[in-house]
Design a protein around this ligand. Structure first.
Ligand code: S3P
Length: 430
């Protein structure tokens, strides 16, 4: 990625944002589509796969594992070869910036009959992998990583041991890693989650789950056959989130976001924004490929501060940076807590948002597990960094729209990790 790009300058909006935003396809669903189709016995058709860097990292790893991915008129076909169809890669598998690629693929590779190495960029190489190494070792896999960080050396073991694994943190990536490894285990592997995290893996693989008290037990049977199918990927709610906030806080705005994934394990931000006073309407709700989708209309509204903590944090984990922008301008204080996981994302998102927003004049306090906003801040001009994190870059872009001058954003090109057309969309609307 070109890091020598000139800083991007975004000026405060002088009128409302009006129109329809064209959003990228859902990154979480895309990774899983590609991974699951590669394990299916037969050819799956994929429509609407995103061109963004993260999902493309997943495709390139699968190609290295011998999976054919061939273009069609509507997208591409993935020629799955069943659970044991991968061939040993000759080079390390480069997951780029993508934690989902590394953590889910590690689960699948743990049960192979060959060894592989997973690598990533500087950001991914600094992120904690102990959270997947521990359960994979319990399952009998041999996974080595210095200091619990990538590169991950995975020596395939077949079959793995079926386990019941209680997630120590709310993480869909860890849950999915263990369930995918479970496909290569003898017997039934169960993951127990105390706090719900996004449930795409369970839905897309059709796995059974039971809720006992406040625990969800999700099970997979080793050797389960995955059927090839048509996959159509909805627009990414996490990308829509930037425009839900922009449409709310830029006066006189009315934005429509089409065919957005509305899986309830992802849409907590709608509840939070509505509780802050946002005007958000969902239209045309329907089910596509087991995932709910719909159109969202957002109109500007006077937002007020709120307290956000507890189980909803896992649901809105990727949306907290943009929520921070809403909290900055909302009337009255907002507190976000129980969110220390944010420190382990593509950047330390608590520190990154605190530094960037303070530079723009926002009054806030950084806490170990979140942030406290005074609220009602007027944002001024300034130069901010993206810390090589796509969601920080886009959040700063939206913050700039409510500044009374112009904001210079260094490293803005990182938005292409999940939303390559973000800056064009912003320019078009503003
Ligand atoms: C993801 C899960 C989340 C999220 C990430 C994508 C997924 O991470 O932050 O962007 O697709 O499973 P954790 O599960 O580690 O919280």
């Amino acid at each position: 990625m070109d890091t020598l790009e000139t800083p991007r300058i975004i000026k405060g909006a002088t009128r409302g944002l009006i129109g329809t935003v064209s959003l990228p396809a859902d990154k979480s669903i895309a990774h899983r589509t590609a991974l699951f189709a590669s394990l299916a016995s037969g050819t799956s058709q994929v429509v609407g796969y995103p061109s963004s860097a993260d999902p493309q990292s997943t495709l390139s790893c699968l190609r290295q594992l011998g999976i054919e991915i061939l273009p069609t008129d509507t997208g591409f076909d993935i020629h799955g070869k069943g659970l044991n169809g991968f061939t040993a890669p000759t080079l390390p598998l480069d997951c780029g910036n993508s934690g989902t690629t590394m953590r889910l693929l590690a689960g699948m590779l743990a049960g192979q009959s060959f060894s592989s190495i997973l690598i990533g960029d500087d950001s991914l190489s600094g992120r904690p992998m102990g959270r997947i190494i521990d359960p994979l070792r319990m399952m009998g896999a041999t996974v080595d990583a210095q200091g619990g960080r990538a590169p991950l050396h995975v020596q395939g073991t077949h079959p793995l041991r079926a386990v019941t694994y209680e997630l120590p943190i709310a993480s869909a990536q860890v849950k999915s890693c263990v369930l995918l490894a479970g496909l290569f285990a003898k017997g039934i592997t169960t993951v127990v989650e105390h706090t719900p995290s996004r449930d795409h893996t369970e839905r897309m693989l059709g796995l059974g789950s039971v809720t006992i008290g406040n625990q969800r037990h999700i099970s997979v049977e080793g050797g389960m056959e995955i059927k090839p199918r048509l996959w159509s990927i909805p627009a990414d709610f996490s990308a829509a989130a930037f425009f839900l906030v922009a449409g709310s806080i830029v006066p006189d705005s009315a934005l429509k976001l089409l065919k957005v994934g509305l899986n309830p394990s992802r849409t907590g931000l709608i509840d939070v924004l509505r509780a802050m006073g946002a005007n958000i309407v969902i239209e045309n709700e329907r089910l596509v490929g087991g995932e709910p989708i719909g159109d969202i209309v957002v109109r500007s509204a006077e937002l007020h501060g709120i307290q956000v903590s507890g189980p909803i944090i896992a649901n809105i984990i990727d949306e907290i940076p943009i929520l921070c922008v809403a909290a900055s301008v909302a009337t009255g204080p907002t507190s976000i807590s129980d969110a220390s996981e944010l420190r382990h994302k593509e950047a330390d998102r608590i520190a990154a948002m605190a530094t960037g927003l303070r530079t723009l004049g926002v009054e806030l306090e950084e806490k170990e597990d979140g942030l406290l906003f005074k609220g009602g801040s007027t944002l001024r001009s300034g130069t901010v960094d993206t810390y090589h994190d796509h969601r920080i870059a886009m959040s700063m872009g939206i913050a700039a729209l409510v500044s009374d001058g112009k904001v210079e954003i260094n490293g803005s090109e990182i938005a292409s990790v999940s939303f390559p057309t973000f800056w064009d969309c912003l320019e078009e609307l503003a």
